[in-house]
Design a protein around this ligand. Structure first.
Ligand code: G3H
Ligand code: 13P
Ligand code: ZN
Length: 325
Protein backbone atom coordinates (compact mmCIF):
# COMPACT_ATOMS: atom_id res chain seq x y z
CA UNK A 1 0.00 0.00 0.00
CA UNK A 2 1.12 3.53 -0.65
CA UNK A 3 0.19 7.06 0.30
CA UNK A 4 -3.49 7.88 -0.19
CA UNK A 5 -5.48 11.09 0.05
CA UNK A 6 -8.30 11.23 2.59
CA UNK A 7 -11.04 11.32 -0.11
CA UNK A 8 -12.05 7.65 0.07
CA UNK A 9 -11.54 7.58 3.83
CA UNK A 10 -13.96 10.45 4.37
CA UNK A 11 -16.56 9.11 1.91
CA UNK A 12 -16.77 5.80 3.79
CA UNK A 13 -16.55 7.43 7.22
CA UNK A 14 -19.42 9.80 6.40
CA UNK A 15 -21.60 7.00 5.06
CA UNK A 16 -20.99 4.70 8.00
CA UNK A 17 -20.87 7.09 10.97
CA UNK A 18 -17.27 6.88 12.04
CA UNK A 19 -14.22 9.18 11.89
CA UNK A 20 -10.59 8.85 10.84
CA UNK A 21 -7.97 9.54 13.49
CA UNK A 22 -5.55 12.30 12.54
CA UNK A 23 -2.59 11.92 14.87
CA UNK A 24 0.28 14.40 15.06
CA UNK A 25 3.76 12.99 14.53
CA UNK A 26 7.13 14.36 15.59
CA UNK A 27 9.54 11.43 15.83
CA UNK A 28 10.07 7.74 15.17
CA UNK A 29 8.60 6.40 18.39
CA UNK A 30 5.38 8.37 17.94
CA UNK A 31 5.03 7.17 14.33
CA UNK A 32 5.72 3.58 15.37
CA UNK A 33 3.27 3.66 18.29
CA UNK A 34 0.45 5.04 16.13
CA UNK A 35 1.03 2.85 13.10
CA UNK A 36 1.50 -0.38 15.07
CA UNK A 37 -1.85 0.29 16.76
CA UNK A 38 -3.52 0.94 13.40
CA UNK A 39 -1.98 -2.17 11.90
CA UNK A 40 -3.35 -4.37 14.68
CA UNK A 41 -6.77 -2.74 14.29
CA UNK A 42 -6.67 -2.62 10.45
CA UNK A 43 -7.58 1.07 10.58
CA UNK A 44 -7.06 3.82 7.97
CA UNK A 45 -4.80 6.60 9.22
CA UNK A 46 -3.98 10.25 8.79
CA UNK A 47 -0.54 11.18 10.09
CA UNK A 48 -0.30 14.92 10.40
CA UNK A 49 2.74 17.14 10.54
CA UNK A 50 2.65 20.68 11.93
CA UNK A 51 5.04 23.44 10.85
CA UNK A 52 6.70 22.95 14.26
CA UNK A 53 7.08 19.21 13.72
CA UNK A 54 8.63 19.82 10.32
CA UNK A 55 11.06 22.27 11.87
CA UNK A 56 11.89 19.87 14.73
CA UNK A 57 12.32 16.62 12.82
CA UNK A 58 12.97 17.81 9.24
CA UNK A 59 10.67 17.15 6.26
CA UNK A 60 12.79 14.37 4.76
CA UNK A 61 13.18 12.45 8.03
CA UNK A 62 9.43 12.54 8.64
CA UNK A 63 8.57 11.46 5.08
CA UNK A 64 11.06 8.58 5.22
CA UNK A 65 9.70 7.46 8.60
CA UNK A 66 6.15 7.49 7.20
CA UNK A 67 7.34 5.54 4.15
CA UNK A 68 8.84 2.98 6.50
CA UNK A 69 5.52 2.77 8.36
CA UNK A 70 3.65 2.23 5.09
CA UNK A 71 6.00 -0.63 4.20
CA UNK A 72 5.79 -2.18 7.67
CA UNK A 73 2.01 -1.91 8.06
CA UNK A 74 0.70 -2.14 4.48
CA UNK A 75 -1.97 0.35 5.53
CA UNK A 76 -3.49 3.24 3.57
CA UNK A 77 -1.86 6.28 5.17
CA UNK A 78 -2.50 9.93 4.34
CA UNK A 79 0.25 12.43 5.20
CA UNK A 80 -1.30 15.76 6.03
CA UNK A 81 0.01 19.25 6.82
CA UNK A 82 -1.59 20.44 10.06
CA UNK A 83 -2.36 24.18 10.34
CA UNK A 84 -0.54 25.43 7.26
CA UNK A 85 -0.66 29.20 7.53
CA UNK A 86 0.77 30.37 4.20
CA UNK A 87 0.54 29.37 0.53
CA UNK A 88 4.32 28.88 0.50
CA UNK A 89 4.27 26.34 3.35
CA UNK A 90 1.41 24.42 1.70
CA UNK A 91 3.22 24.47 -1.66
CA UNK A 92 6.41 23.18 -0.07
CA UNK A 93 4.53 20.24 1.50
CA UNK A 94 2.65 19.48 -1.72
CA UNK A 95 5.92 19.56 -3.71
CA UNK A 96 7.50 17.42 -0.99
CA UNK A 97 5.03 14.54 -1.26
CA UNK A 98 2.21 15.27 1.21
CA UNK A 99 -1.20 13.84 0.29
CA UNK A 100 -3.25 16.51 2.00
CA UNK A 101 -2.75 20.00 3.41
CA UNK A 102 -4.65 22.23 5.75
CA UNK A 103 -4.66 25.93 5.00
CA UNK A 104 -5.74 27.61 8.19
CA UNK A 105 -6.91 31.05 7.18
CA UNK A 106 -9.19 31.39 10.19
CA UNK A 107 -7.25 34.32 11.61
CA UNK A 108 -7.97 36.35 8.46
CA UNK A 109 -11.18 38.10 7.45
CA UNK A 110 -13.79 35.88 5.76
CA UNK A 111 -12.94 37.21 2.28
CA UNK A 112 -9.15 36.94 2.81
CA UNK A 113 -9.60 33.40 4.17
CA UNK A 114 -11.52 32.53 0.98
CA UNK A 115 -8.84 34.04 -1.28
CA UNK A 116 -5.92 32.30 0.49
CA UNK A 117 -7.73 28.96 0.70
CA UNK A 118 -8.67 29.08 -2.99
CA UNK A 119 -5.08 29.79 -3.97
CA UNK A 120 -3.96 26.66 -2.06
CA UNK A 121 -6.83 24.55 -3.44
CA UNK A 122 -5.98 25.48 -7.03
CA UNK A 123 -2.35 24.45 -6.58
CA UNK A 124 -3.12 21.34 -4.52
CA UNK A 125 -5.80 19.96 -6.84
CA UNK A 126 -3.52 20.44 -9.83
CA UNK A 127 -1.08 18.12 -8.01
CA UNK A 128 -3.57 15.49 -6.79
CA UNK A 129 -3.55 16.76 -3.21
CA UNK A 130 -6.66 17.45 -1.10
CA UNK A 131 -7.24 20.50 1.11
CA UNK A 132 -8.80 21.17 4.52
CA UNK A 133 -9.95 24.71 5.26
CA UNK A 134 -11.10 26.27 8.53
CA UNK A 135 -13.91 28.58 9.55
CA UNK A 136 -14.22 29.75 13.14
CA UNK A 137 -11.45 30.09 15.68
CA UNK A 138 -10.30 27.67 18.34
CA UNK A 139 -8.41 28.79 21.41
CA UNK A 140 -4.86 27.57 21.95
CA UNK A 141 -2.30 27.83 19.20
CA UNK A 142 -4.68 29.72 16.93
CA UNK A 143 -5.15 32.53 19.37
CA UNK A 144 -3.03 33.59 22.32
CA UNK A 145 -6.19 34.78 24.03
CA UNK A 146 -8.58 32.18 25.39
CA UNK A 147 -11.74 32.79 23.42
CA UNK A 148 -13.12 29.26 23.55
CA UNK A 149 -16.17 30.23 25.57
CA UNK A 150 -17.05 33.20 23.41
CA UNK A 151 -19.71 32.83 20.75
CA UNK A 152 -17.56 34.81 18.36
CA UNK A 153 -15.07 31.92 18.21
CA UNK A 154 -17.67 29.43 17.01
CA UNK A 155 -18.16 28.76 13.32
CA UNK A 156 -21.04 30.73 11.86
CA UNK A 157 -23.09 28.16 9.89
CA UNK A 158 -24.39 30.94 7.63
CA UNK A 159 -20.88 31.24 6.11
CA UNK A 160 -20.10 27.63 5.28
CA UNK A 161 -21.81 27.21 1.89
CA UNK A 162 -20.19 30.33 0.42
CA UNK A 163 -16.79 29.31 1.83
CA UNK A 164 -16.91 25.77 0.46
CA UNK A 165 -18.33 26.77 -2.92
CA UNK A 166 -15.91 29.64 -3.52
CA UNK A 167 -12.77 27.82 -2.32
CA UNK A 168 -13.38 24.25 -3.52
CA UNK A 169 -12.01 22.76 -0.27
CA UNK A 170 -12.37 19.02 0.29
CA UNK A 171 -13.10 19.20 4.03
CA UNK A 172 -13.83 21.89 6.59
CA UNK A 173 -12.61 22.33 10.17
CA UNK A 174 -15.18 24.02 12.37
CA UNK A 175 -15.17 25.44 15.89
CA UNK A 176 -17.87 23.98 18.14
CA UNK A 177 -16.21 24.36 21.54
CA UNK A 178 -13.03 22.27 21.36
CA UNK A 179 -9.63 23.89 21.79
CA UNK A 180 -5.98 22.97 21.46
CA UNK A 181 -3.72 21.65 24.20
CA UNK A 182 -4.22 20.04 27.62
CA UNK A 183 -6.11 22.93 29.26
CA UNK A 184 -9.19 23.18 27.08
CA UNK A 185 -11.51 24.70 29.63
CA UNK A 186 -10.78 26.85 32.65
CA UNK A 187 -12.19 25.56 35.96
CA UNK A 188 -14.79 28.34 35.98
CA UNK A 189 -16.14 27.13 32.62
CA UNK A 190 -16.64 23.66 34.13
CA UNK A 191 -18.79 22.07 36.79
CA UNK A 192 -17.44 19.36 39.14
CA UNK A 193 -18.76 15.84 39.53
CA UNK A 194 -19.22 14.10 42.91
CA UNK A 195 -15.49 13.18 43.00
CA UNK A 196 -14.47 16.77 42.31
CA UNK A 197 -13.39 16.02 38.73
CA UNK A 198 -13.90 18.91 36.27
CA UNK A 199 -16.78 18.41 33.82
CA UNK A 200 -16.48 20.67 30.75
CA UNK A 201 -19.38 22.37 28.97
CA UNK A 202 -20.87 20.26 26.16
CA UNK A 203 -19.81 20.77 22.54
CA UNK A 204 -22.15 22.83 20.34
CA UNK A 205 -23.77 19.97 18.45
CA UNK A 206 -26.44 22.42 17.27
CA UNK A 207 -23.78 24.21 15.18
CA UNK A 208 -22.49 20.91 13.79
CA UNK A 209 -26.04 19.90 12.85
CA UNK A 210 -26.72 23.19 11.11
CA UNK A 211 -23.41 23.04 9.22
CA UNK A 212 -24.13 19.52 7.99
CA UNK A 213 -27.69 20.49 7.03
CA UNK A 214 -26.20 23.21 4.83
CA UNK A 215 -23.42 20.97 3.48
CA UNK A 216 -25.00 17.54 3.06
CA UNK A 217 -22.45 14.74 2.65
CA UNK A 218 -19.51 17.10 3.23
CA UNK A 219 -16.72 15.96 5.60
CA UNK A 220 -16.25 18.05 8.74
CA UNK A 221 -13.05 18.12 10.82
CA UNK A 222 -12.71 18.50 14.58
CA UNK A 223 -9.48 20.01 15.91
CA UNK A 224 -8.51 20.17 19.57
CA UNK A 225 -10.14 16.81 20.20
CA UNK A 226 -7.90 15.28 22.84
CA UNK A 227 -9.76 13.99 25.87
CA UNK A 228 -6.82 14.56 28.27
CA UNK A 229 -7.15 11.23 30.13
CA UNK A 230 -7.02 11.95 33.87
CA UNK A 231 -5.15 8.68 34.34
CA UNK A 232 -2.17 10.22 32.50
CA UNK A 233 -2.48 13.59 34.23
CA UNK A 234 -2.49 11.84 37.62
CA UNK A 235 0.62 9.79 36.76
CA UNK A 236 2.40 12.95 35.58
CA UNK A 237 1.44 14.87 38.74
CA UNK A 238 2.40 11.95 41.00
CA UNK A 239 5.85 11.75 39.44
CA UNK A 240 7.18 15.27 39.57
CA UNK A 241 4.93 16.91 36.97
CA UNK A 242 2.69 19.90 37.48
CA UNK A 243 -0.45 19.93 35.35
CA UNK A 244 -3.26 21.13 37.61
CA UNK A 245 -6.74 21.31 36.11
CA UNK A 246 -5.77 19.80 32.76
CA UNK A 247 -9.07 18.89 31.10
CA UNK A 248 -10.19 17.69 27.67
CA UNK A 249 -13.24 16.79 25.59
CA UNK A 250 -15.23 13.81 26.95
CA UNK A 251 -14.82 10.83 24.63
CA UNK A 252 -18.57 10.13 24.48
CA UNK A 253 -19.03 13.52 22.78
CA UNK A 254 -16.29 12.75 20.26
CA UNK A 255 -17.98 9.43 19.46
CA UNK A 256 -21.23 11.31 18.93
CA UNK A 257 -19.51 13.79 16.59
CA UNK A 258 -18.02 10.87 14.64
CA UNK A 259 -21.52 9.44 14.15
CA UNK A 260 -22.53 12.80 12.67
CA UNK A 261 -20.72 14.69 9.87
CA UNK A 262 -17.30 14.72 11.57
CA UNK A 263 -14.99 12.51 9.48
CA UNK A 264 -11.57 13.57 10.88
CA UNK A 265 -10.69 13.96 14.55
CA UNK A 266 -7.35 15.55 15.46
CA UNK A 267 -5.41 14.17 18.41
CA UNK A 268 -2.02 15.38 19.56
CA UNK A 269 -2.10 16.28 23.26
CA UNK A 270 -3.25 12.80 24.34
CA UNK A 271 -0.16 11.29 22.67
CA UNK A 272 2.08 13.82 24.41
CA UNK A 273 0.46 12.97 27.74
CA UNK A 274 0.81 9.22 27.14
CA UNK A 275 4.50 9.60 26.34
CA UNK A 276 5.25 12.00 29.20
CA UNK A 277 3.33 9.95 31.80
CA UNK A 278 5.23 6.82 30.80
CA UNK A 279 8.64 8.51 30.86
CA UNK A 280 8.03 10.22 34.21
CA UNK A 281 6.83 6.97 35.73
CA UNK A 282 9.82 5.12 34.32
CA UNK A 283 12.37 7.52 35.76
CA UNK A 284 10.67 7.53 39.16
CA UNK A 285 11.00 3.73 39.23
CA UNK A 286 14.45 3.49 37.63
CA UNK A 287 16.44 6.64 38.50
CA UNK A 288 19.65 4.94 37.35
CA UNK A 289 18.47 4.41 33.74
CA UNK A 290 20.09 6.51 31.03
CA UNK A 291 19.70 4.45 27.85
CA UNK A 292 16.90 6.18 25.84
CA UNK A 293 15.64 2.79 24.69
CA UNK A 294 14.80 1.92 28.29
CA UNK A 295 12.27 4.74 28.64
CA UNK A 296 11.26 5.27 25.00
CA UNK A 297 10.14 1.66 24.58
CA UNK A 298 7.41 1.84 27.25
CA UNK A 299 6.54 5.37 26.04
CA UNK A 300 6.00 4.02 22.51
CA UNK A 301 3.93 1.16 23.96
CA UNK A 302 1.75 3.66 25.85
CA UNK A 303 1.14 5.63 22.65
CA UNK A 304 0.14 2.40 20.93
CA UNK A 305 -2.29 1.61 23.75
CA UNK A 306 -4.03 5.00 23.71
CA UNK A 307 -4.25 5.03 19.90
CA UNK A 308 -5.84 1.55 19.89
CA UNK A 309 -8.39 2.78 22.38
CA UNK A 310 -9.15 5.83 20.22
CA UNK A 311 -9.49 3.78 17.02
CA UNK A 312 -11.80 1.20 18.59
CA UNK A 313 -13.83 3.07 21.23
CA UNK A 314 -13.87 6.69 20.10
CA UNK A 315 -13.41 6.96 16.34
CA UNK A 316 -15.08 3.67 15.41
CA UNK A 317 -12.65 3.14 12.49
CA UNK A 318 -11.15 -0.22 13.47
CA UNK A 319 -11.41 -2.70 10.59
CA UNK A 320 -12.09 0.06 8.03
CA UNK A 321 -8.71 0.21 6.26
CA UNK A 322 -9.92 -1.63 3.16
CA UNK A 323 -12.46 1.09 2.36
CA UNK A 324 -9.60 3.57 1.96
CA UNK A 325 -7.45 1.50 -0.39
O1 G3H B 1 -2.82 21.85 16.68
C1 G3H B 1 -1.64 21.81 16.95
C2 G3H B 1 -0.91 20.55 17.14
O2 G3H B 1 -1.08 20.06 18.43
C3 G3H B 1 0.53 20.72 16.75
O3 G3H B 1 1.22 21.39 17.74
O4 G3H B 1 2.52 23.14 16.55
O5 G3H B 1 3.25 22.28 18.78
O6 G3H B 1 3.47 20.85 16.74
P1 G3H B 1 2.72 21.96 17.43
P1 13P C 1 -5.28 18.48 20.76
O1 13P C 1 -4.37 19.50 21.36
O2 13P C 1 -6.62 18.47 21.42
O3 13P C 1 -4.69 17.12 20.71
O4 13P C 1 -5.58 18.92 19.24
C1 13P C 1 -4.67 18.63 18.22
C2 13P C 1 -5.01 19.32 16.95
O5 13P C 1 -6.07 19.87 16.76
C3 13P C 1 -3.99 19.31 15.91
O6 13P C 1 -4.36 20.08 14.81
ZN1 ZN D 1 -5.56 21.80 15.29
Amino acid sequence: MAHVTSAKMFADAYKNGYAIGAFNVNNMEIIQGITEAAKEENAPLILQVSAGARKYANHTYLMKLVEAAIIETNLPICVHLDHGDTFELCKSCIDGGFDSVMIDGSKHSFQDNIALTKQVVDYAHAHGVVVEGELGRLAGIEDAVNVSAEDSSYTDPAEVEEFVTKTGVDSLAIAIGTSHGAYKFTPDQCTRDERGVLVPPPLRFDILEEVSRRLPGFPIVLHGASSVPQEFVNIINANGGKMPDAVGVPEAQLREAARMAVCKINIDSDLRLAMTASIREHFAEYPDHFDPRQYLKPARENIKKIVKHKLVDVLGCAGKADAAR
